[in-house]
Design a protein around this ligand. Structure first.
Ligand SMILES: [Zn+2]
Length: 446
């Protein structure tokens, strides 16, 4: 039995003082006592539920900051995607493991305790399976273990190059999968008991509704289901032209959405799509920094949450690795759109940062298929102890607000994943992960 004593802890919807938390050998929270003196326990100042990064393409971490030079043409999501494809074409399994390990360590340092890897890079540069068809997936598993982050791995179904059964283009051959291949991959990955497995039809561009239904029907009961939808206006237009329906409408009608689903981006929603997505209990997987970086558009967050919609946050292309920054961007995008302040989550009297953290941690855990995301008896102990630089003047209950909206740098002092203290990775292994990453980047960018 492990015990933690927090001067303040973020319990569901409120702060509590002098909180004593008991964690059993299985990593579950078994007791929470408030207003008690510190007994024989690990002592921390400010305890929060750890955040889930619910959407990751780990290899894209290596591109962060390198595509920010204007070309002669019109730069948008699609021109960025060409860049990303060229970069990806050379990646080996060693490269992917090195980049992912670095990313996962950075995520842990910034307050994430779990990650959902939306993994579509399965094949070699010629589009052939590796001798071990799960080679790339198992490199992701190894990278997560090296850092200690909890991994939900969702292998991707990617069969078409666009609406109307367009063939895959050359770079996309590395992604090519049909339903049976994804299921065989899942079977091979079952032996990694620490990994939560789900599946991800990439998008309605890359997988058609009949395939998605077949994949969902064959996936293990309760497995998390992830899909990109409505990130781009061009995608919405092409979907409408090919099917007579917008992407979310098509998903709702032809596949059906429920609490197993995470719909990533969902940026461009018609009113009825917004209402029905919110009512479905599915999580909207919002990726504020990537959506801003790629010029996707602004998610209708205020309306979606007013309709009871659930959400979490994802790093996606990893131009940002901090949940504090993602939440700030999310709220600021709404303030700029609506020309109002303090908009998120409609909770008078509640600090916006606190409300955002509560909801995103809970939604993220749902999307990861883990019973975590809140400090509650019965949930998994994925926890962080945070502070901020220059914290002394402020009550620890304000640190989260100061980190999200006050320009204060958040410092993650301790981290527990499944009840195990990982305190970041030890310095020596963090250094070897960083060295290997640097070597990889030097070679890839030479
Ligand atoms: Zn994505």
């Amino acid at each position: 039995m492990r015990t933690i004593h927090a001067a303040v802890a973020r319990l569901p919807g409120r702060w509590a003082r002098d909180v004593h938390i008991g964690i059993d050998a299985g990593g579950g929270i078994v007791s929470i006592d408030e207003g008690v003196a510190s007994r024989d326990a690990e002592r921390v100042a400010c305890l929060l539920p750890g955040m889930t990064n619910l959407h990751s393409h780990a290899f894209q971490r290596a591109l962060a900051g390198l595509t920010e030079v204007a070309s002669a043409g019109d730069d948008d999501f699609w021109s960025w995607r060409e860049w990303m494809y060229r970069f990806m074409a050379r990646l080996t399994p060693d490269d992917v493991e090195a980049i992912a390990a670095q990313l996962y360590v950075e995520n842990l340092r910034h307050g994430y305790t779990s990650i959902v890897e939306f993994h579509y890079l399965h094949k070699d540069p010629a589009g052939r399976p590796y001798a071990n068809p799960a080679e790339m997936s198992e490199r992701i598993v190894a990278a997560a273990r090296a850092g200690g982050i909890a991994l939900t791995l969702v292998p991707v179904l990617y069969s078409h190059g666009g609406f109307g059964h367009r063939p895959l283009n050359e770079p996309q051959r590395r992604f090519a999968t049909d339903v049976d291949e994804v299921l065989r991959l899942l079977e091979r990955l079952q032996r990694h008991g620490d990994v939560r497995l789900g599946v991800a039809p990439h998008s309605l561009r890359a997988a058609e509704p009949a395939q998605i239904r077949a994949l969902v029907a064959a996936a293990p009961a309760g497995a998390p289901l992830h899909i990109h939808a409505a990130e781009q206006t061009r995608e919405v237009e092409e979907c409408f032209a090919a099917t007579g329906r917008r992407p979310l409408r098509l998903l709702l009608d032809e596949v059906g959405l429920d609490t197993r689903w995470c719909v990533v981006h969902a940026t461009h929603l018609a009113d009825d799509e917004l209402r029905h997505l919110a009512a479905s209990g599915a999580v909207a997987g919002l990726c504020p920094s990537t959506e801003a970086d790629l010029g996707d558009g602004v998610f209708r967050f205020v309306e979606f949450t007013a309709a009871g919609g659930r959400f979490g946050i994802g790093g996606d292309a990893h131009v940002c690795r901090s949940p504090f920054e993602e939440l700030r961007l999310l709220e600021y995008s709404q303030r700029l759109t609506h020309r109002r302040r303090n908009l998120a989550l409609h909770a008078p009297g509640v600090a916006i940062a606190d409300a955002l953290w509560d909801a995103a941690a809970r939604g993220g855990a749902q999307a990861a298929g883990r019973n975590a995301g809140a400090i509650e008896v019965g949930r998994r102990a994925d926890l962080i102890a945070m502070s901020i630089e220059g914290a002394d003047a402020h009550d620890p209950q304000r640190w989260l607000s100061l980190a999200v909206f006050g320009g204060a740098h958040a410092v993650i002092e301790r981290t527990w994943v499944g009840g195990h203290s990982i305190s970041g990775v030890d310095a020596a292994s963090a250094q070897s992960i960083a060295d290997r990453y640097a070597q990889t980047i030097r070679r890839l960018t030479a």
